[in-house]
Design a binder for this molecule. Structure first.
Ligand code: UT7
Length: 322
């Protein structure tokens, strides 16, 4: 049986740090409110001349380096983003051009904050079926570009960044299972209500902003992310004690704590980066994974449960043996 194994991880955060104090100076908010309600202390924001592909490239090169492979070994790129550089080509193709070789499939997936799980789920199937031997899976966002920086209900929450993994075919697991879900009936609760086909003038005029009914999203995120832990563990005939690390989407420390408590996963097994990263949407899970690999918490052989939740709604998980 062929499995897809993560052989390298990478991450990149832009240089510019925006602290809660910076936001307090510009908005009707306080450092105390932001940290106590979300756990976020600071976030990174891309420079004006820095684009999603730039972030993706930095994370991808780190993952390629960590995997010890040549760029030309890559035969698939799946890139999750909500903040593509261009309407087309896909940001995955822009990244492919940067990496300097082509001819294999490179495409974007759009599942907002669950995007990395969707990208990983798709790439895993390519590798398991033999269609790919060496996939690059990326979550990259310049989410700050679709935020209304005068709206205190949303702008304090988000940041920019990118994370990446190399997935290679092998006999040993690997990605053990992926679980992907969507429910479009909740489309209005978390959205950017304009796009190419609808109200494009607002995009042109700088009015393409994220809107969210925070309380509703919070409740849904907790339920969906704790239920999918049960589903993932059961699908693999494991118990929660078999999970070495939970790496949830990093949107709000209160959501992360509530999910951990409902799933009965101890806090010291949960990787948390939301304090320094904020919510980087599709980048949040691979960035947190990369951080935990680099600081030595996640080690070869560990069982890691990744999960995400985002607009749509979309949500998903992956159980991985590192
Ligand atoms: O990545 C996709 C998933 N996204 C999420 O998971 C986000 C989910 N939602 C949340 O994290 C939380 O709902 C928020 C952090 C967005 C809001 O926290 P909350 O505890 O649900 O606060 P709230 O929306 O109930 O607002 C409480 C009060 C309101 O004032 P009133 O109406 O009670 O007078 C808000 O206007 O807090 C006010 N408020 C703020 N005050 C100071 C909202 N934002 C701020 C702010 N600073 N930045």
């Amino acid at each position: 049986m062929t499995y897809a194994r993560i052989t390298g991880t990478g991450g990149y955060l832009p240089d510019k740090v925006v602290t809660n104090k910076d936001l307090e100076a510009a908005l009707d908010t306080t450092e105390e409110w932001i940290e106590s309600r979300t756990g976020i202390r600071e976030r990174r924001i891309a420079a004006d001349d820095e684009f999603t592909v730039d972030l993706a490239e930095r994370a991808a090169l780190q993952a390629i380096d960590a995997a010890g492979i040549e760029r030309r070994a890559i035969d698939l790129i799946v890139l999750a983003t909500t903040t593509a550089d261009q309407v087309f080509p896909a940001t995955a193709c822009l990244l492919q051009q940067r990496l300097g070789n082509g001819g294999y499939p490179a495409f974007d997936v759009q599942a907002v904050c669950a995007g990395f799980l969707f990208a990983l789920g798709v790439a895993d199937k390519f590798v398991r079926t033999g269609a790919s031997q060496c996939a690059l899976v990326v979550g990259a966002e310049t989410f700050s570009r679709i935020i209304d920086w005068s709206d205190r209900r949303t702008c304090v929450l988000f940041g920019d960044g990118a994370g990446a993994v190399v997935l290679q075919a092998g006999d040993a697991p690997g990605v053990m299972s992926t679980h992907l879900r969507s429910d479009g009936q909740y489309k209005d609760l978390l959205q950017v209500p304009v796009g190419v086909s609808r109200n494009f003038s607002k995009v042109r005029d700088g009015g393409a902003f994220t809107t969210m009914q925070g309380g509703e999203v919070f409740r849904w995120a907790v339920t969906a992310m704790s239920d999918i832990i049960d589903e993932t563990v059961a699908a693999n005939d494991l118990s929660k004690d078999d999970i070495d690390w939970l790496i949830p989407h990093q949107a709000n420390i209160r959501i992360i704590n509530a999910v951990g408590a409902r799933a009965k996963i101890p806090r010291d097994k949960v990787v948390v980066t939301v304090g320094e990263h904020g919510n980087t949407s599709a980048a949040s899970v691979p960035l947190a994974l990369d951080q935990a690999v680099r600081d030595g918490r996640v080690r070869p052989g560990h069982r890691v449960l990744l999960e995400g939740f985002g607009g749509g709604f979309t949500w998903g998980s992956a159980l991985i043996t590192m």
